[in-house]
Design a protein around this ligand. Structure first.
Ligand code: SF4
Length: 363
C-alpha cells in the first residue's frame, strides 16, 4: 500500500521551487520569508527578502534597527504592521530568548505578528516540529482530498484540516540538519497548491502525485474544481480620494499619516476625501495655505485593500517656493522621497509618476 507522504515527498524532492529562503533555512530566514509571504505573492517577495537580509542580516541587527529603516525596506509590500511586529518580536527574542528564535510553535505564537499558521510554518521548516501549516492553499487541497463539502472559511474547517494533515504527516526527525520530513511535508503541499492543485477550474490531476488519495478525484472525477465551497464575498466598500502632487521647483509635498489606523505612521501625498472638481481642489489647497500657479488633472488610480477600495483622482499643482513652516506639509526632493520617506503602495501610481517624471497619463 502506498504511503501518502512518501508519494508527496518524492514529488517534492524532484519538483520543489528554488526560492531564496530555501537555500539556507535558518530560523530567521524562514521567519522573515513567512511574514513577507503572509499577504504577498512569492515572486513579489523574493527581491524584498534579499534586500531586507542584505540590510538586516540577523535578529540582532533587526532589533537594533530604526522603525524608519524597516518601513523603508518594506516599502511597496503593504500591510506595514507586519514589519512593525517583526521588529518588536526581534526585540523580544533578544531580551527573553538570548537572540535565538524559540523552537516550538507554542512559544513562537507568543511573539508579535506570529499566529497559528506562521508559527507552524516556522516550527516545522526551521525546527522539524510535526505540525501542519494550514493556509488557503492547504485548505483547498484538504477540501478536495477529503471531499469536504462545507464552507471552507470557518474555524471548524480549519480544525478538520489540521487533524487531517496531522494524521498524514511523517514522524518528526531528530536530525533536522540532514532531513526534515515534517518541514518538507508542509512545503510540498505549498508547492503542490502552487503548481498542481490550483484554484478554480485548473487542478492538474493528471500530474498530481497524490491523486490516488484524493477522494473527489477518485469518486467524482472531473468535478474537482467544485471544491472548496467558498461563500460569495461581500463587495468591497469604495472610497473616493483626491490626491495632490504639490510641486515647487524640484520638491514635492508629502506628509506623515496619523499614528493609528490605516497605513499608520507612513508618508503620503496630501489628499482629501471625495472627487474634487478643479474649483473645489483650489479651495482645499488655499485652506492648506497653498496658492496654485497651475493645476491640472492627472489620471485616476485605484488601490484595493482587504476590506475597501480607494478610487483616487489626481492633480498636479505647481506653486511658488515655500518657506519652512508656510504649509502643513514636508517639501522633499524626489531622491529624498525615494530614499527616506516610506510611501505605501496605495499611492504607488502617483509615486511612480513622480519618480519617472512621466507627465503623461498614468497607466
Ligand atoms: S487529484 Fe486533483 S484535486 Fe486531488 S489533490 Fe490532486 S490536483 Fe488536487
Amino acid at each position: 500500500m502506498k504511503i501518502f507522504y512518501e508519494e508527496l515527498l518524492n514529488w517534492y524532492y524532484q519538483n520543489r521551487r528554488e526560492l531564496p529562503w530555501r537555500e539556507d533555512p535558518a530560523p530567521y530566514h524562514v521567519w522573515l520569508s513567512e511574514i513577507m509571504l503572509q499577504q504577498t505573492r512569492v515572486e513579489a517577495a523574493k527581491g524584498y527578502y534579499i534586500r531586507f537580509l542584505n540590510s538586516l542580516p540577523d535578529i540582532a541587527s533587526l532589533a537594533d534597527s530604526s522603525e524608519e529603516t524597516c518601513l523603508k525596506l518594506w516599502e511597496g509590500l503593504g500591510y506595514y504592521s507586519r514589519v512593525r511586529n517583526l521588529k518588536r518580536a526581534a526585540e523580544e527574542v533578544m531580551k527573553s530568548f538570548g537572540g535565538n528564535l524559540p523552537r516550538t510553535s507554542a512559544e513562537l505564537r507568543q511573539l508579535p505578528g506570529i499566529g497559528p499558521y506562521t508559527s507552524a510554518a516556522i516550527a516545522s521548516i526551521a525546527f522539524g516540529e510535526k505540525i501542519p501549516a494550514v493556509d488557503g492553499n492547504l485548505l483547498r487541497i484538504f477540501s478536495r482530498l477529503a471531499m469536504y463539502e462545507e464552507n471552507i472559511r470557518t474555524p471548524a474547517a480549519l480544525k478538520k484540516a489540521v487533524e487531517y494533515y496531522t494524521d498524514l504527516m511523517p514522524e518528526e526527525s531528530k536530525n533536522t540538519q540532514e532531513e526534515n520530513p515534517c518541514g518538507s511535508f508542509n512545503q510540498a503541499l505549498m508547492d503542490l497548491g502552487n503548481a498542481v492543485c490550483l484554484p478554480g477550474t485548473a487542478p492538474d490531476c493528471g500530474n498530481c502525485p497524490i491523486s490516488e488519495f484524493c477522494r473527489i478525484h477518485m469518486e467524482r472525477p472531473g468535478s474537482e474544481s467544485d471544491l472548496p465551497v467558498i461563500p460569495a464575498g461581500k463587495d468591497k466598500k469604495e472610497e473616493h480620494l483626491t490626491v495632490f502632487l504639490i510641486r515647487s521647483e524640484d520638491k514635492t509635498a508629502v506628509r506623515k499619516r496619523p499614528s493609528r489606523g490605516l497605513l499608520a505612521g507612513l508618508y503620503e501625498f496630501p489628499n482629501t476625501e471625495g472627487k474634487l472638481e478643479p474649483e473645489e481642489a483650489v479651495k482645499w489647497l488655499r485652506e492648506h495655505s497653498v496658492e496654485p500657479l497651475r493645476i491640472r488633472r492627472i489620471s485616476d488610480a485605484e488601490h484595493i485593500f482587504t476590506h475597501k477600495k480607494w478610487i483616487m483622482r489626481g492633480y498636479e499643482v505647481i506653486t511658488d517656493p515655500f518657506c519652512e513652516g508656510d504649509i502643513p506639509f514636508i517639501m522633499a526632493a524626489k531622491e529624498e522621497i525615494d530614499d527616506r520617506y516610506c510611501i505605501p503602495s496605495a499611492f504607488g501610481a502617483y509615486l511612480k509618476w513622480l519618480l519617472q517624471e512621466k507627465r503623461d497619463a498614468l497607466s
